[in-house]
Design a protein around this ligand. Sequence first.
Ligand SMILES: Nc1ncnc2c1ncn2[C@@H]1O[C@H](COP(=O)(O)OP(=O)(O)O)[C@@H](O)[C@H]1O
Ligand SMILES: [Mg+2]
Length: 441
Amino acid sequence: MANSTKDLFVFANLDGQFAPAGQLSLDEEGSNLIASSFAYGLRYLERSNAQEIDPVALTLKNKDEIRGRRLVPPNGLEAFGGIRDAAPDAWGRRVIEARLKVPSNSLPESTYLLEAGSDRIGALDIRSSLADQERPAHETIHNLSYLLDGAQKIEAGLPVSDALARILVAGSGLGGMRPKASVRDDEGILWMAKFPGNNDGPLDIPSIEYATIQLAELAGLNVAKTKLEQVGAKKILLVQRFDRSWNTASGPIEIRHHVVSALTLIACHESESPTKSYMDIADAIRRYCLVKKIKSDIEELYGRMIFNIFVSNDDDHLRNHAFVWDHQLKGWSLSPLYDVMPHAVIASERYQHLGVGPQGKLSTLDNAYAAKERFGLSPKDAMQIIDRIWRVTRQWRVHFETLGISDVQIERIAPAFRHIDAICSSDLRKLSLTSAASDAP
Ligand SMILES: Nc1ncnc2c1ncn2[C@@H]1O[C@H](COP(=O)(O)OP(=O)(O)O)[C@@H](O)[C@H]1O
Ligand SMILES: [Mg+2]
């Protein structure tokens, strides 16, 4: 198969306007990406509000070192993490393929990058020439039913009209596997709509994800803002975009914040995600995040790990942890929590996707507690976080009922929620009881 080199232009949205950030070259062999290189534009490097494309290989910390240089991805990877995070993931690829009427995964990476549209996650847009214009690509929140219909057809491999396909391609720049689209409400706020999937079976996944995110918030975690919408007989989860903020002081200007995944910070290939751990993410936070946020971000990460253990969210891979660019502080910090879905397994011995502690992925509090030093936590701090999360997750049924989740759905998801005695040795439980006055539900 013939090799070809594609030269693309990366734009970054700064203070509400796209500016050329640099030139990306991709070496491709058919649908395989072989290598990438990138050079920041000289004018971009002069901008005081420039956002880094990624903190590992494309950092702006030492501008003198990178001026005029072509940079390559770290660790022999074929793609830059910060660019891969701006590319469509499994769902977005299916939508683009449906519109272009081609088989799954048959397109070169450059085509997926170009097709994803300007409303993609983060602050970047990828265009084929400097003269290309922005392609805003969102629908109004009033068209959820139309979008749901289109998403179901695409998932089933059925044809959709070109007009609908174009609208859904708009949402193809959102990552992840589940069907979704980008929608704007009447105030101009952008949301990610997550639809029920054709293969969800009897589980009402949007409602359960919604209730679980609310539960995490009650447990003191920093979560994305969510709403649940009823469309016909189906529920749709709306998650407010945390990669956008709205500056209303000088008119409603939408500010875009670049987003990179933990996969990018750890600088590994996606296939290596199951070999990594929460401790690797903590190390990456120390290395790449804003100094004043390091302690609180690592504590929050520990809390999320404990929460994921209690609710059996075992889809906690490296792309389900993200970091957002802060324009004021000019650096990265942990994003709000998203994509938490309890997994109703029956096994008593359970495992997380990522490593938890010295016993690897084993999903127990003993394993997590034994790793506390790697998160900079004292025994008391770690125990307080565990107690705080348990005090809320033990009441999950009441919270789910209050949020309107039906009894049938509650019963279906119940096996996911773990009692502390199932995941905690009696020795550790005694310690926990002395640090908090709570007991079993
Ligand atoms: N509220 C949000 N704002 C901005 N980006 C988000 C938000 N929620 C998720 N993302 C990004 O979109 C991707 C897909 O969302 P996710 O909820 O993980 O979908 P899926 O269930 O299909 O994996 C995530 O990996 C993350 O990069
Ligand atoms: Mg996800």
